[in-house]
Design a protein around this ligand. Sequence first.
Ligand code: ADP
Ligand code: MG
Length: 407
Amino acid sequence: MSRERTVGVMGGGQLGRYFVQSAQRLGLDTVVLDPVPGGPAGAIAHQQITAAYDDTRAWADLARRCCAVTTEFENVPADALRWLAGNTSDPTRVAPGADAVAISQDRLREKTFFADCGLPTAPWAALKASADTAQRQTQLDQAAGAVTFPALLKTARLGYDGKGQISVNSAADLAAAWAQLGHADAILEQRLALQQEISVLVARDAHGASVCWPVQVNHHHGGILAHTRVGFALVAPALADAARDAARRIAQALDYCGVLCIEFFCVADAAAPGGQRLVVNEMAPRPHNSGHYSIDACDMSQFDAQARVLAGWSLPEPQLLAPAVMLNLLGDAWWGADGRLREPDWSAIMGWGGVHLHLYGKKDAQPGRKMGHITVTAPRAADAQARASQIARHLGLAGMESLHDAA
Ligand SMILES: Nc1ncnc2c1ncn2[C@@H]1O[C@H](COP(=O)(O)OP(=O)(O)O)[C@@H](O)[C@H]1O
Ligand SMILES: [Mg+2]
């Protein structure tokens, strides 16, 4: 395996697996670094380095084997990316860069960064970890004064899929909520009345040229993405353009390299054109669950783009080939009403047109665990939605009401 033709990914889950598949289609060899052997990505990569993400010998091993390295999740040590980019005699191309990853690891830094970009966020206040109880009380008072309730208290670090978040209905509940989070660094965010949630993928190559995918409309259930619709007339064109402009602006401000996903809230605003305005929620410095539809519905998927950037190649503006609905398959669908574990019967839906089933090869179907997804494509958006609704009912998927309503 020549180093010039080998790319590496930190993390061995489903995002790593799709990256590996895209890289392999380009004729590249692949290495996965993951502490657990044989996960979704490790099972199909040419090689796996089984080691902790903070193991400096593993970093050196990656640098020795790979000309370029990416990550499939934002909680790898930013120092690993910094070291890989700067500290080897034979430089490794690293995308995304350590600074962008470090910002997205910390909600407080992330929100401050969005404000520096001139982009609105939900009103928020910081609660910084402190051993001093008087100091904590001062922060609680200030935060309660700065944010209107109801609000959400989120851990600054390591939260995902709605984990590490507590609803706080009044100032009186705030101290207990922070205690529940162990008085770790946290952010208190005003709970906005969301009319819609959207996300945008942007990819930027090593020369700073960026491309965007169409706007994705997301629906969450229990804090986890349930479904994504793309190519539907659900977002006013001016708002979609504004979201794509904001995504490009964020990528440029980060001097970003690779695929980046920005999540936005759409909230009512009588003064805004079309009666809605955008609020930035968060960013993921990697391909994103809401972009999985791009595998089956675009001429370049988010993972193809990441592989191209790693190979040092340029990016075309991606084209949506058909309207698409992506349904997440959580482990819950593996549990029957009788409380017994059994894999869903895919045979019926596999015979329906436009249905693209993806399973990640995970053995342990826990409730809330992402086991796979289905992308439905059809020439007409209404047909994709009707088919997706039919599948969701057939499999008993939760959180799909908005698909049934309109279907
Ligand atoms: N300020 C808010 N107002 C209203 N809903 C919110 C707010 N923050 C988060 N949510 C809801 O919770 C979901 C998960 O929150 P998010 O901050 O994106 O964290 P995660 O990292 O878990 O995705 C969002 O997609 C949205 O549905
Ligand atoms: Mg989110």
